[in-house]
Design a protein around this ligand. Structure first.
Ligand code: ADP
Ligand code: ADP
Length: 234
């Protein structure tokens, strides 16, 4: 589902100085239907790597294919179309504060000109999926962190993505809420076969739901494999 080859990213430096090499020749192969974790310390390059997977960050070198499509070759319109098939959720949820739960989830559907009756049916289905039936007309400020992330997840699923990218999605949540969000992600993975890629600095997140993991350090993958092999070795 995701095929990354020799991917490097150098951020521009100031003036004539050479910029920082945030990703250094990354190779990564993620299967359809897999939950893949990327773990590393702060500054390791996790977020940069995740953001290349929908080209929010453009690599300096290398190739990145999602569902058979080479992202670096797409024009603006093609990229927009491809991005609607790649959902993303964030540590700080990134919801529209002046829009209700319903309108936050409807937004990505309206962006691609979905007819109103279809928007309504889909948003209601998603609200049920994430268990926010009692909160549909509330604003983000009236919700708990876990509820906000449920809105984020519903919004990310609105256009039936093949891939869900999770950027430290539980790092702002308490342990119990983290557990419930991870359960929801697992349910979504099983129910729809969506490939999930998550970045985290927390080992237990990886151990709770990931099939495979890559350890990133200084922009390089230093280890990768099945979670049991990477983390439970004697
Ligand atoms: P940081 O300097 O980012 O705080 P650490 O000091 O904890 O990271 O890392 C110490 C060393 O361990 C580094 O040299 C790093 O290359 C290495 N390292 C970290 N994680 C792994 C790993 N999973 N496998 C192999 N080496 C690792
Ligand atoms: P992580 O997600 O593992 O914390 P990041 O991908 O955010 O790591 O950052 C990797 C490295 O790239 C860090 O040294 C960070 O300071 C640097 N970096 C991140 N974003 C930018 C940017 N926009 N411009 C310059 N350097 C950046």
């Amino acid at each position: 589902m995701i095929e990354i080859r020799q991917l490097s990213k150098r951020y521009p430096g100031k003036g004539k100085t050479e910029g920082l090499l945030a990703l250094d020749r990354i190779d990564l192969h993620i299967e359809a239907g897999e939950i893949y974790g990327i773990i590393g310390h702060s500054g390791a390059g996790k977020s940069t790597l995740l953001r290349t997977m929908n080209l929010l960050e453009r690599p300096t070198e290398g190739s990145i294919q999602v569902a058979g499509i080479e992202l670096t070759q797409l024009n603006k319109k093609e990229l927009q179309q491809q991005r609607s098939k790649i959902g993303m959720i964030f540590q700080h949820f990134n919801l529209l504060s002046s829009a209700t739960v319903y309108d936050n989830i409807a937004f990505p559907l309206q962006l691609v000109n979905t007819p109103k009756h279809k928007v309504d049916a889909k948003v209601n289905e998603l609200i049920r999926l994430v268990g926010l039936e009692a909160h549909r007309d509330k604003y983000p400020a009236q919700l708990s962190g876990g509820q906000k992330q449920r809105v984020g997840i519903a919004r990310a699923l609105a256009n039936d993505p093949k891939v869900l990218l999770c950027d430290e999605a539980t790092s702002a949540l308490d342990p119990q809420t983290t557990q419930s969000i991870l359960s929801l992600l697992l349910q979504i993975n099983k129910q729809f076969g969506i490939t999930i890629v998550l970045i985290t600095h927390e080992m237990h997140v990886i151990q709770t739901i990931c099939d495979r993991v890559a350890v990133i350090h200084g922009g390089r993958i230093v280890e990768q494999g099945k979670v049991v092999d990477v983390f439970l070795k004697p």
